[in-house]
Design a protein around this ligand. Structure first.
Ligand SMILES: NCCCCCC(=O)NO
Ligand SMILES: [Zn+2]
Length: 344
């Protein structure tokens, strides 16, 4: 299987994450990608290729122009305003305030565009996000051209990024950008299957009123799991999108057997919808030892997951999302991809 990767993913060198009331070293760290690369090379998955630069057009196909401009300028504006640390929001257009106006001050803009406070912006964040969506585009272009599966080693991840919102370590929605490119290349319907522990609220939001992307997510119950405010089973899409958004919230500690049985339901929906491409938002934070998650996958279970996805029989693109058990992330990602190749 071909892997797309960009060294520019290391340009994001955030120093802080607000976690449990403390500024800690970010869980979404550059070492995650190094260790995945190391294991893919060790296990001989296949060629590792740098993507072309696709520019802003594919980003603007799914994200708001002013939001993209904000991301491009945020760090400089934050420094120009004399702030000491990394750009972290601490005020939002909360309920009973105005949400229809974007303030001039960068602190106000941060809160307007931020989903949550854990994701700092600093030097290189925008450039890394641009490289990450190029990795996703390289992977989907390859699969569209060859029908062969591909893996986009995306960093930063993307599935929490909405039309005009960042957070959950995400800035551009790589899976949405890839799906949009596939539709523009002639696919009539694309499935995005999100297996990350956390709900892909951004992906859901982008396609919620559309029937050309079927978004299906298995994730920790938002009653007790980030992002809390989206990802419930009653969110089925709106307008033309009715029936093309399917959430499977699952309790913390869900067994792998239950998770895999739920996956069967998801794969049946994908088949019934006549999807012509499968994009997998591959978060391996469903691993039993993930530091911020609560599912129970062992490393061996990831191999079974890959094998089962291959049996869906669709051209498939895997895009890296979460996964923070750094020591095992390489094996866990590699097992999914090798499992897929075994299952073909
Ligand atoms: N407390 C912030 C949790 C961010 C979750 C990031 C992630 O893995 N999303 O898939
Ligand atoms: Zn996650």
């Amino acid at each position: 299987m071909l892997t797309f990767y960009s060294a520019d993913s290391r340009l994001r060198q955030a120093r802080t994450e607000l976690h449990d009331g403390t500024l800690v070293a970010p869980f979404e760290c550059p070492e995650r990608v190094d260790l995945v690369l190391k294991q893919l090379r060790l296990s001989g998955l296949g060629e590792i290729r740098a993507p072309s630069a696709y520019g802003l057009a594919p980003v603007l196909a799914v994200h708001d122009k002013d939001y993209v401009t904000f991301l491009a300028n945020c760090w400089e504006a934050w420094l120009a305003a004399g702030h000491e640390g990394e750009a972290i929001p601490n005020i939002w257009p909360a309920r009973r305030m105005r949400g229809d106006h974007i303030p001039h001050a960068i602190s106000g803009q941060l809160g307007y565009y931020a989903l949550a406070a854990e994701t700092s912006i600093s030097a290189g964040t925008f450039e890394a996000a641009m490289a990450s969506k190029d990795v996703a585009l390289g992977a989907v272009e390859y699969t569209l051209q060859t029908g062969e599966p591909s893996f986009g080693l995306c960093r930063p991840p993307g599935h929490h990024a909405a039309y005009d919102q960042f957070g959950g370590y995400c800035f551009f929605n790589n899976a949405a950008i890839a799906a949009q490119r596939a539709l523009e290349s002639g696919k009539r319907r694309v499935a995005i299957l999100d297996v990350d522990f956390h709900h892909g609220n951004g992906t859901q939001q982008i396609f919620y009123r559309r029937d050309d992307v079927l978004f299906i997510s298995l994730h920790g119950d938002p009653e007790v799991t980030f992002p809390y405010y989206l990802g419930y089973a009653d969110e089925g899409g709106e307008g033309k999108g009715e029936g093309f958004n399917i959430n499977y919230p699952l309790p913390h500690g869900t067994s792998v057997a239950t998770w895999m049985a739920t996956l069967e339901q998801a794969l049946a929906k994908i088949q019934a919808a006549g999807c012509e491409l499968l994009i997998v938002s591959l978060g391996v934070d469903i691993f039993e030892n993930d530091p911020i998650s609560a599912f129970t996958f062992t490393s061996e279970d990831f191999t079974n997951l890959g094998q089962r996805l291959a049996q869906a029989g669709l051209p498939s693109v895997f895009l890296m999302e979460g996964g923070y058990a750094v020591d095992e992330i390489g094996v866990n990602v590699s097992n999914v991809l090798h499992g897929f190749e075994q299952g073909v």
